[in-house]
Design a binder for this molecule. Structure first.
Ligand code: ATP
Length: 376
């Protein structure tokens, strides 16, 4: 997959801007606050229909403007395609329009049509941060190549919201408790399907990320991973090859056991929204025991494996977006990263100081200043 051209209209601090991508590595450099991340955000938005840093799409519309557009031309399997994202205000209401190859498309058609992987400083927190970050990592990875998984996630989130509001209704407004039964059944069903897909994904993730980790760490450390599933009363399980029916039964049973707790808390305390991806470096839990350098190495291996994963499933490498991470890596890992992606993955990098980027002869550079981009 290769981006050929990006056009922005009233996107963040850009009025009108067009960038042509001629080389495998494109570097946007400049001082802080000039609009480098905005470029990557617009590409991420073209891939996923959302921003990597805000849930409020309207924040991406240029101040005092009543609409914005992002137009991405790219090649996929030797064919040229385009995605046009538009957000506009009509009589006080915001609308969103997605067009693929000139035709209107739904969010479902759009998701996974163009693949990108973003790696930003926050991703260095994948290992040390909250389990939510690792669940998001798994969810993004699987959704990129499995539209059904994305649909399951959307359904699960909706069910969770509805069940939680019912729990509060039972607690605060005396709604009948029997109303919970159909939600318990459905949430356990959808949750078990999500879990099975996550377990399946973990097998592939391990196959890819452990060798990448070995290269990045110069084979001085070992990496292991497990899916951690929470039960009641602090119990944890590490499922590997369970069936969807067994998992569903487990959820229904556990959810019923904790029903009074859930009602009291107005919250669903068990399910795939509580699970975790555990990583172990040299057999010790990396969240608690690994050094900062080891945690970064592990985070980088997971992200790079996302690239290989998309390639394995879809047949093509996604575009890699590196937002300001080069300055966070030491010299050795910067070189390892660039030689890993060299000439096989189109990579778009933002950085303050362009000399930090190793140049293997396939870099192009753009200077970004106050929402304008100049080739240099
Ligand atoms: N909706 C918007 N309309 C106009 N300008 C915006 C909007 N949102 C953000 N900006 C401006 O965009 C700039 C920030 O851009 P961006 O986050 O891309 O910076 P950056 O070059 O990546 O900086 P850093 O190196 O600090 O991360 C700021 O000047 C901010 O005021």
């Amino acid at each position: 997959m290769r981006i050929n051209r990006l056009q922005l209209v009233n996107f963040r601090n850009y009025d009108h801007c067009t960038v042509s991508f001629d080389k495998m590595v494109t570097v946007f450099y400049g001082k802080n606050g000039q609009g480098k991340t905005n470029i990557l955000e617009s590409i991420f938005y073209s891939a996923f229909g959302l921003s990597h840093r805000t849930n409020k799409e309207d924040e991406m519309v240029k101040f005092l403007s009543d609409g914005m557009a992002v137009h991405l031309d790219f090649s996929k399997e030797d064919e040229i395609h385009s995605i046009r994202m538009k957000r506009y205000n009509d009589q006080g209401r915001w609308h969103k329009e997605i067009k693929i190859d000139g035709k209107k498309a739904t969010a479902k058609d759009h998701y996974s049509f163009f693949n990108a992987v973003m790696f930003s400083p926050e991703d260095l927190q994948i290992i040390k941060g909250d389990p939510g970050l690792r669940r998001r990592f798994m969810d993004m990875e699987i959704s990129q190549t499995d539209p059904l998984y994305y649909e399951l996630l959307v359904r699960y989130r909706r069910l969770l919201k509805q069940r939680n509001s019912l729990l509060k209704g039972i607690r605060d407004k005396n709604q009948p408790q029997e109303q919970l039964a159909p939600w318990d059944e459905e949430i356990s069903d959808v949750g078990s399907q999500i879990l099975i897909k996550r377990l399946d994904n973990l097998i592939k993730l391990k196959e890819i990320s452990i060798p990448v980790f070995n290269i990045l760490s110069d084979r001085t450390d070992t990496l292991e991973m497990k899916y951690e599933m929470k039960g009641n009363d602090g119990a944890v399980f590490y499922p590997e090859k369970e069936s969807a029916a067994d998992i569903k039964e487990f959820y229904i049973k556990s959810i019923r056991e904790r029903i009074f707790k859930d009602i009291m808390q107005g919250n669903t305390g068990i399910g795939v929204h509580r699970d975790d991806l555990k990583t172990y470096i040299n057999n010790a839990d990396s969240r608690a025991f690994a050094s900062q350098g080891q945690q970064r190495c592990c985070a980088l291996a997971l992200k790079l494996s996302q690239i290989e994963y998309v390639k394995k499933i879809s047949g093509e490498y996604p575009v890699l977006l590196l937002d300001d991470v080069m300055s966070e890596l030491d010299h050795h890992r910067r070189n390892q990263l660039v030689s890993f992606i060299n000439d096989k993955v189109q990579t778009i990098i933002t950085v303050n100081d362009k000399t930090l980027i190793p140049d293997l002869g396939s870099n192009q550079y753009f200077k970004v200043e106050k929402g304008s981009i100049k080739k240099s």
